[in-house]
Design a protein around this ligand. Structure first.
Ligand code: DAT
Ligand code: MG
Length: 149
């Protein structure tokens, strides 16, 4: 089983899309093992987006992600990392496939509503960045046998 970090970004929270986004990921079959509302401070934002430091959009990205509360969650499932990325859609909403969250609700790359970890190392780093071990619950779901073969 893989675990991956999702951030429901400030624009999604402000626009009342928390429920819609969680619902799409939850009904896909992914299991929620961590979930909280928080405000990201600048230090945390810089660590999370460290790979983008120095790029022209970096200052705006830090301002945006720290500008209002976010919902962070850890989702678990087989191939959860790729499945989440595909459910979110391409980084640029204009290029996102129809039916994805970014295609259905977003227009601009700088207001693309959601974050999902992009690989196993990133996922492990990001999950540990946002959640203490005690905040993550390993639980057995009664429907798992109807979702996983
Ligand atoms: P993703 O969020 O799909 O993993 P990323 O890691 O390449 O995409 O970039 C992180 C965020 O930075 C992205 O969600 C939106 C913003 N961003 C990326 N490229 C950008 C650009 N060219 N102009 C403005 N914002 C950008
Ligand atoms: Mg990324």
């Amino acid at each position: 089983m893989e675990r991956t970090l999702v951030i429901i970004k400030p624009d999604a929270v402000q626009r009342g899309l928390i429920g819609e986004i969680i619902s799409r990921l939850e009904r896909r079959g992914l299991k929620i093992v961590g979930l909280k509302l928080m405000q990201i401070d600048e230090a945390l934002a810089r660590r999370h987006y460290a790979v983008h430091e120095g790029k022209p959009f970096f200052p705006g990205l830090i301002r945006y992600i720290t500008s209002a509360p976010v919902v962070v969650m850890v989702l678990e499932g087989r191939e959860a990392i790729e499945i989440v990325r595909r459910t979110l859609g391409a980084t640029r909403p204009a290029e996102a496939a129809p039916g994805t969250i970014r295609a259905d609700f977003a227009l601009e790359v700088g207001r693309n509503l959601v974050h999902g970890s992009d690989g196993p190392e990133t996922a492990a780093f990001e999950v540990a960045l946002f959640f203490d071990q005690a905040e993550l619950i390993s639980w057995s779901r009664d429907t798992d046998r109807w979702i996983f073969e």
